[in-house]
Ligand binder design. Structure first.
Ligand code: FES
Length: 103
């Protein structure tokens, strides 16, 4: 199983913020929602649009292209036109460091 790797620090993502990065050769979007951190692959499962600038409502991110929404906790699609989930990454916090593990 893959190891956790440091990708950022907590001060890079204020509460309510997000950070785009590359991890495991994939574009990843990390969200800080309340006290929790979530990481998803930054690629819509409908037609490949980056979710980087999508509107976040609660734990739901909207694809800016055709409006599909995904739950960032699970990657699960919440509405059409997406029917497939997006990948998620395990997140761990160690001190001030944010670590991810590839699925
Ligand atoms: S590319 Fe995201 S909804 Fe179509």
């Amino acid at each position: 199983m893959a190891e956790f790797e440091k990708v950022a620090t907590l001060d890079e993502i204020p509460t309510g913020g997000r950070l785009s990065l590359v991890f495991d050769d994939r574009a990843v979007l990390v969200f800080r929602i309340g006290e929790e951190l979530y990481a998803v692959e930054d690629v819509c499962s409908h037609d490949g649009q980056p979710l980087t600038d999508g509107a976040l409502e609660g734990t739901s991110i909207e694809c800016p292209r055709h409006g599909a929404r995904f739950d960032v906790r699970s990657g699960r699609p919440l509405c059409m036109p997406a029917v497939e989930p997006i990948a998620t990454f395990e997140v761990r916090v160690q001190g001030n460091d944010i670590l991810l593990r590839a699925p």
